[in-house]
Design a protein around this ligand. Sequence first.
Ligand SMILES: Cc1cc2nc3c(=O)[nH]c(=O)nc-3n(C[C@H](O)[C@H](O)[C@H](O)COP(=O)(O)O)c2cc1C
Length: 190
Amino acid sequence: MTKILAFSGSTRRGSFNQAMVEAAAKGAEEAGAQVTVINLADYPMPIFSEDLEAELGMPEHALAFKKLLLEHDGFLIASPEYNSSYPAVLKNAIDWASRMAEGEKPLQAYKGKAVGIMASSPGALGGLRVLSVLRMLLGNIGMVVAPNQKAIGKAHALVDENGVVVDEKTLTQLKALGAETAELTKKLTA
Ligand SMILES: Cc1cc2nc3c(=O)[nH]c(=O)nc-3n(C[C@H](O)[C@H](O)[C@H](O)COP(=O)(O)O)c2cc1C
């Protein structure tokens, strides 16, 4: 079965992006994928440093995150837009998991896998600008980024106090992106 890992680039309690990626995950599930949703808040990692890596090796949570990436065929990622780019916490996690262990191929956690991307913000544009840089980053580490993407603005009006997307139109759009990512993942792993 196609396995998809879903996470956001936010560790904020009540994150809109976490809510969005969970909605997209439902679409991937309905399309037949087995989806694991994680929250990066559960995987706190030090800021990557080659000196730290040389002295202490891969930190426990970085190792656990990378293992999850390796175990899944494709990803769904919702990223906040911080000053028109992705938050450091997301890039840091991606960087740690890009490190090659003995016996691994370069970028093994990423290469050739599908990824669906979305962004969300309380602002009108929904973090649209982060999607181009995130698409470029993921493409550069060998991922196949789904052609469609979604930027969801005015997020505070679309998510309830439990962090669930309650706006039907948004839910439909995100589920479609999740389903498309599941289909793409299936094709790439066939
Ligand atoms: C450092 C920082 C920079 C931000 N820059 C932007 C921005 O460029 N564009 C935008 O739409 N929102 C920006 N925001 C607001 C975020 O969209 C907002 O905090 C959002 O809720 C973050 O996503 P989350 O709810 O998933 O944590 C910024 C927030 C922070 C803390």
